[in-house]
Design a protein around this ligand. Structure first.
Ligand code: GRF
Length: 215
């Protein structure tokens, strides 16, 4: 059993991915969520964390003079928990380059599309309007390029005739809840790493899609 891997999760909203990570905690899983930090006091995910007995903290970005000041305070809050891994789970803030560099190789994000398709917001509508036969979600290492870091795991979901944004986003969300705990666990076990050559799993360079899961 590898050493425990302390994780800090950043959220802004519902926290259903946080819930999936909480539910994946188990004696044989070295990932341990030490704290959940939200930039919004009303984020429902804070209640999920509290119900699981996990420390919570709110850092309201509106209370800071700008991005640099907020990210500096956020870094200080995170580093107080000395995490090996920082997980963005619906954290709706653009992070400064300095923040991203500070956590290089230990900062993961989940994005609701098959990256590099549909970077940014409103991915489900764009997948539908683009007539994409498939859609999905990606867990990736965060780099200075927005939604552009090396992909660790990707799950493909089919797009059905008659899908709307609600039905498609629900299917993607269900896939998110499978792949985020998987990627976090692999990282915690020392199997998933970021190197200068890209994302590696068990010493092998992953393809650009990351570890690909099909329905
Ligand atoms: C997810 O769709 C995730 O892909 C995106 O933000 C959303 C967070 O949802 N980054 P939740 O708060 O985990 O329910």
């Amino acid at each position: 059993m590898p050493d425990p891997c302390d994780v800090v999760v950043l959220i802004s909203g519902s926290g259903s991915n946080l819930q999936a990570l909480i539910d994946s905690q188990a004696p044989d899983n070295p990932a341990r969520i030490r704290a959940v930090i939200s930039n919004r006091a009303d984020a429902y995910g804070l209640q999920r964390a509290a119900a699981a007995g996990i420390a919570t903290q709110v850092l309201d970005h509106k209370a800071f003079s700008g991005r640099e000041a907020f990210d500096a305070a956020l870094t200080e809050a995170i580093d107080g928990y000395r995490p090996q891994l920082v997980v963005l789970a619906g954290f709706m803030r653009i992070l400064t380059a300095g923040f991203v560099r500070h956590y290089r190789g230990r900062l993961l994000n989940i994005h609701p599309s098959l990256l590099p398709r549909h970077k940014g917001l409103d991915t489900h509508r764009r997948a539908l309007e683009g007539g994409d036969p498939e859609h999905g979600c990606s867990v990736h290492f965060v780099t200075e390029e927005l939604d552009g870091g090396p992909v660790a795991v990707q799950a493909v979901v089919p797009v059905h005739a008659g899908d709307d944004v609600t039905s498609l986003s629900q299917r993607v969300h269900a896939a998110e809840h499978r792949i985020y705990p998987l990627a976090v666990r692999w990282f915690a076990e020392g199997r998933l790493r970021l190197t200068d050559g890209g994302a590696m799993l068990d010493g092998q360079r992953l393809p650009d899609t990351g570890f690909l899961i099909r329905p």
